[in-house]
Design a protein around this ligand. Sequence first.
Ligand code: DHB
Length: 327
Amino acid sequence: MAVTSETSLDDVVVDLAVDLAGVRLPTPVMTASGCAAAGRELAPFLDVAAIGAVVTKSVMLDPRSGRATPRMVETPSGMLNSIGLQGPGIDSFLATDLPWLVSRGARAVVSIAGGSLGEYAELGRRVGASPGVAAVEVNISCPNVEDRGLVFACDPFQAGRAVSAVRRGVPRGVPVLAKLSPDVTDLVPVAEAVLEAGADGLTVINTTLGLAIDTDTLRPALGGTTGGLSGPAIRPLAVRCVWQVHQAMPDVPIIGVGGVRTGRDALEFLLAGASAVQVGTVVFHDPSAPHRVAEELRAELAARGFSSPADVVGLAHRPPAPGGAHG
Ligand code: DHB
């Protein structure tokens, strides 16, 4: 919407609803996988039906106890974690977690992680056959696996094979999102491979591999030695990745994730080319963040005269206006 002499910025009404790969979300702000289990622990702090979506902790086929402790450590402007995909397994998830989210009216984006192509295929079939799933997010980029060769997202061919295995089991109307790793030289060939394999959108990015050393114990601070780095420390890395992927494929839906703490941070991701964002690490100190960030984004959009998040997606890619003004 253009602001004319008859309207003032105060008059701008922002409708936060967005379309993401064919799914309508009431706001473009969802949770990031791994930061609020299956959403139930957020219920005292926000209405899970009113946020964009709840993205659940990546679930594997079997229950899993995860990696050695300690599993989390604070780092400058961020956090390292080495959980090791701890979780209840798909049977328990489908029997209790998913029905709870559906009963609350939340859009459930189910994150799945396989240890092999066969496991991805089986998870795709199980989740694809479950009613109430808004989308499937394929975690091909967990940094906390013993064998780095199992980080499917580090290789375009393997990334495509994992997504293709999932896609076959998920009905056409349920979008499949591929979650990419920043730990590659060039993200674009990986993005191309997963889209070719049937992904409907991309989640950009997962955590990046890091390591912190405890200078008192003289040992790695995490039981698993390395961990995934998240939080504001990685925001410029994530924004750069979203920028590069949007530049190469402007029509592909991207969910931006990495260090979003405020509505202004969310706006930055939309300007880079994301259609929606996920908030993760901030939820540990502000569990209301998925709601708060959306309301802050509303104010940021209104203050600039925009009536919809869709109006700003990729806007920073425009050439500068003549004379250098932001026209
Ligand atoms: C874990 C998985 C992830 O995808 C991630 O980014 C960080 C941690 C895990 O369960 O260890």
